[in-house]
Design a protein around this ligand. Structure first.
Ligand code: ARG
Length: 573
């Protein structure tokens, strides 16, 4: 519909014919009214008042007089200072549905990001600990952003900046040496490591000497001690193996797992650059960089000479600018790290060109609380994602068996629905909203849930099957799509048309919930359409096929939209 916006802009431009107003300016100001009563597009004339020295209403009326309507527009009206444009439903039905049929599963893809590199850094758990609900939210957000940008043609680089370095590994090594024989590291290695860590951490609080050993261990590790390095590597592998199971389920992709450890030998350069630029200052034995009056300084080296989390992030920025030549580097973390990234991005201006520094973008997300219940009891409110996935799959299986006991592939479908429900639940609220998680609510088949949207897809499939409609055997150009004139049909077509701009908006605002909410809308519009307009039992063959194409187009948009979010569509449920 960007195309129609251009057409409208041109019509207005020609009607105004003033060289003080540019075509781009007009196009920029064209809006889509919230209330459909006000048309499909609106142009506010307020900013013209000064330039043309007249009231907005007069200007709007003058433009209306002079405007020559394109065939895609059925009428234009003046309301207050606005020009409201109404689309010709016949021509939009044709334009939109033919495009969807032509592009099929490529519908909504553009190449506007061609040649532009965008880094999406996401998930990034601290290794040797099980995946928890916060990581889950992070990972589904990141995966969705990755796909949104890819759909717009950007070259996306997914990075998992693992928390795999730091003094805690010196401590974990000590714990491992002491307690490893008490654990079965085959079965649940990650839980074992995390348990070992908790125990040794507790002991260290009572016994100073353990801290010394830990410090010594980490120092050895930093200096490349072979034995300790092997052990660390094993911790990392155990962790990744476990995480990868979850990444598979969530369909997250990473092009790099270079985490904090990777920057161990790359921090000296950062320190040298900062030093050379004269911004590295001494402060009570530590080395810091001032980052303005509104923030505490960024610590680069602690008083014992060791580097910290921020130092590694700075080295990563330098490395990524060189390696990926990024236009944007997006970091996804919980809100607790807002200050950290503000500081680091400030210091980055001493390290990389402005174009890279300007591209550094922190995207944060809100908390996840649990509605009290089974999931919250285990070990003081920590919920492991594996348990949650299993529980969701089990519950969705119960629901399906109840509804449709003869369904084929029940296990596969339960998985698609259970996991889809979880992902959708996380992505349907704005990223900064806290989520109160309630598994039963998440799995409902009606309301604003993943299963509801999946179910809409299944309905489209079963309608088409009933009619015996096969898109491959249809010549869409022979079908009169102008027959789709009912308000429910037109509304649905207009929704489907928005898919591309929704993807763009969701990417630009780092907000996959824009896409999730859109899919709920499409599902709701579809349901309104299907309640009012019969398909299978129609006598009029022409109308029947036109409606089938609308049903098919809906199936494409839902499938594509869910897939961007990481959700599969079952064919039956
Ligand atoms: N590992 C960190 C954590 O779990 C998140 C890392 C975020 N990314 C970064 N470049 N600092 O809190």
């Amino acid at each position: 519909m960007e195309e129609i916006k251009k057409i409208i802009a041109n019509m207005i431009y020609n009607a105004i014919s003033s060289n003080e107003i540019t075509l781009e300016d007009i196009e920029d100001k064209i809006e889509t009214p919230k209330d459909k009563k006000n048309g499909d597009f609106a142009y506010p004339c307020f900013n013209l008042a000064k330039i043309l020295r007249n009231s907005p209403i007069n200007i709007a009326n003058q433009i209306k007089e002079k405007i020559v309507l394109d065939e895609k527009i059925s009428k234009v009206e003046v309301v207050n200072g606005f020009l409201n444009f109404y689309l010709n439903s016949e021509s939009i039905a044709n334009d939109v549905l033919k495009e969807i049929v032509k592009k099929g599963e490529d519908y909504g893809k553009t190449d506007e990001g061609k040649g532009i590199n965008i880094i999406v850094e996401y998930s990034s758990p601290n290794i040797a600990k099980p995946f928890h609900l916060g990581h889950f939210r992070n990972t589904v957000l990141g995966k969705a952003l990755y796909d949104l940008y890819e759909n717009l043609g950007y070259h996306v680089i997914g990075i998992n900046h693992l928390g795999d370095w730091g003094r805690q590994f010196g401590l974990l090594i000590e714990g491992y040496n002491r307690f490893k024989d008490e654990y079965n590291l085959e079965n649940n290695p990650l839980e074992a490591l995390s348990d070992i860590y908790t125990r040794i951490n507790k002991l260290a609080k009572e016994d100073e000497s353990i801290i010394d050993i830990a410090r010594e261990n980490f120092k050895k590790l930093e200096n490349g001690d072979k034995e300790l390095y092997e052990l660390w590597k094993e911790f990392r592998e155990i962790s990744l193996k476990e995480y990868n199971r979850i990444y598979d389920v969530l369909k997250s992709r990473f092009d790099s797992y270079n985490g904090e450890a990777f920057y161990n030998d790359k921090m000296q350069e950062v320190i040298d650059i900062l030093d050379k630029k004269g911004v590295l200052k001494d402060s009570q034995g530590a080395k810091i960089v001032e980052v303005g009056d509104n923030m505490p300084p960024c610590i680069i080296l602690k008083s014992d000479g060791t580097t910290i989390y921020a130092t590694r992030d700075l080295a990563a920025i330098l490395y990524r600018a060189r390696t990926y030549d990024f236009t944007k580097c997006i970091y996804i973390t919980a809100t607790e790290q807002i200050l950290h990234f503000k500081q680091v991005f400030e210091v980055a201006k001493y390290l990389v060109d402005e174009k890279y520094q300007k591209g550094l973008t922190h995207v944060s997300y809100g908390m996840i609380r649990l509605k009290t219940g089974k999931m919250s009891t285990r070990e003081g409110n920590v919920v492991y994602v594996n348990d949650l996935l299993e529980e969701a799959i089990k519950k969705s299986k119960d629901i399906i068996i109840n509804k449709n006991p003869n369904l084929e592939n029940i296990d596969l479908v339960s998985k698609q629905i259970g996991i889809g429900a979880l992902i959708f639940n996380y992505l349907k609220s704005g990223k900064n909203k806290d989520i109160i998680f309630d598994l039963d609510e998440t799995l409902r088949f009606d309301g604003e849930t993943g299963p509801y949207v999946q179910y809409t897809y299944v309905r489209t499939k079963s309608i088409l099957e009933k009619v015996g409609f096969d898109i491959n055997n249809i010549d869409v150009y022979k079908i009169d799509l102008g027959l789709l004139k009912e308000i429910q049909e037109v509304d649905l077509i207009k929704s489907l048309e928005k898919f591309e701009s929704i993807i763009r908006k969701a990417a630009n605002e780092y907000e996959p919930s824009i896409l999730s909410r859109y899919l709920i809308d499409v599902a709701t519009q579809f349901s309104r359409f299907y309640n009012e307009c019969s398909v299978a039992n129609l006598e009029d063959e022409n109308l029947k096929y036109a409606r089938c194409i609308l049903v098919y187009a809906t199936s494409i948009v839902i499938k594509r939209g869910l897939s961007i979010l990481g959700i599969d569509c079952p064919e039956k449920m």
